[in-house]
Design a protein around this ligand. Structure first.
Ligand code: 6CS
Length: 338
């Protein structure tokens, strides 16, 4: 063998070896609606860690604001610019009408164990929703809860009468609009990025979110009252672009599914005690903030709206509305028995 031949051979072998090492090692882009240190960000970081520990792939994370609003990241995921997206049904409701079911008030339980059991085992989430997301080019990977939703307002709220004339920001979801109308408010759908400014300038006088988000986004600076009516828990969903997911080798699909499962377990543990800790932080940052848990008696008129909002869901919740609602109720009953 001549020296030239040996050199050429060695160079080709190296090129092959490098090629083999990187073949299929991709960077997947994952955007979410919150900051890195908020619940969706924590979930995404755990997902990234699992993917990178168990495959050659890496995950690039895009927190809220880096690629636009919730509606923008959904478009990017549908078109394949992003491989993964976390978008809550609060925004997906316009795209997948059935996802609005999460805004029937008092449907989800306040009991944490029952809630987690529901999300883990729900046939509606694991079997009925995936084809509806698939119709929109999305592979539904998981849904998980982010905490009890609380109202923050500039004036005290102890019943629907106190919401009269209150312009109350809601996510851009038609059933959530219905729900706040039934609560007596003037619902004002807005993307998240506009909420702080709208409260500060008085365009709106209220909004709702879980305690961790009220604390981290400093909603307490622009409102004075937090009211716990117990009407909902914030649900979110993680999806992949369907074409991307379908084209993955089975081995990579399994890595993704395992990473999602690990991140689900992690985020449930992470949220243990988070609501109370966040409320404590709010009280520390602003001692004058009034935090009120409504009594059963005070909650009654809010609860009384559930039937009419449910009836509206059946009208505007798409072809599968009835099937989804029935299955959700069956799943919730099963979660209560477990
Ligand atoms: O209210 C919202 O729009 C936001 N709330 C939470 C808890 N997460 C993201 C969402 O954009």
């Amino acid at each position: 063998m001549t020296m030239t031949y040996i050199r050429t051979f060695a160079a080709s072998a190296l090129a092959l070896a490098v090629g083999a090492g990187t073949a299929g090692a991709d960077t997947w882009r994952y955007a979410f609606e919150e900051a890195m240190d908020e619940v969706q960000g924590k979930f995404a970081q755990k997902f990234k860690e699992e993917i990178e520990a168990n495959s050659d792939h890496s995950v690039q994370l895009f927190p809220f604001g880096t690629l636009g609003e919730s509606a923008d990241i959904m478009e990017q995921a549908q078109s394949g610019i992003l491989q993964f997206v976390d978008q809550s049904p609060g925004f997906t409701g316009a795209l997948i009408p059935e996802a609005q079911v999460f805004f029937v008030p008092y449907l989800l339980p306040s009991d944490e164990e029952q809630l987690v059991s529901f999300f883990r085992n729900s046939k509606a989430i694991h079997e009925l929703f995936p084809p509806l997301y698939a119709d929109q080019g999305l592979e539904l990977l998981t849904m998980f809860p982010e905490g009890e939703v609380m109202m923050t307002t500039t004036e005290p709220v102890s019943g629907p009468a106190d919401l009269d004339e209150v312009k109350f920001r809601v996510m851009t979801n038609p059933l959530l609009v219905e729900s706040y109308q039934a609560f007596g408010a003037t619902p004002t759908p807005l993307p998240w990025g506009e909420v702080y400014g709208a409260l500060q300038t008085g365009i709106i006088q209220g909004q709702e979110n879980p305690a961790f988000f009220i604390e981290s986004t400093k909603m307490y600076e622009v409102t004075d009252y937090i009211t716990r009516a117990g009407h909902n828990n914030f649900t979110t969903a993680v999806m992949a672009n369907k074409e991307f997911f379908d084209d993955l080798p089975e081995e990579d699909q399994t890595v993704v599914q395992n990473a999602i499962e690990a991140a689900f377990d992690y985020i449930i543990d992470y949220q243990d005690g988070l609501t109370e800790a966040s409320l404590e932080k709010i009280k520390e940052a602003k001692p004058s903030m009034t935090i009120t848990t409504l009594t059963e008696e005070e909650r009654a008129p809010f609860k009384a709206t559930a039937d009419s909002v449910e009836a509206e869901f059946l009208k505007i919740g798409g072809d599968q509305a009835q099937a989804i609602l029935d299955q959700m109720k069956a799943d919730l009953a099963a979660a209560g028995d477990s």
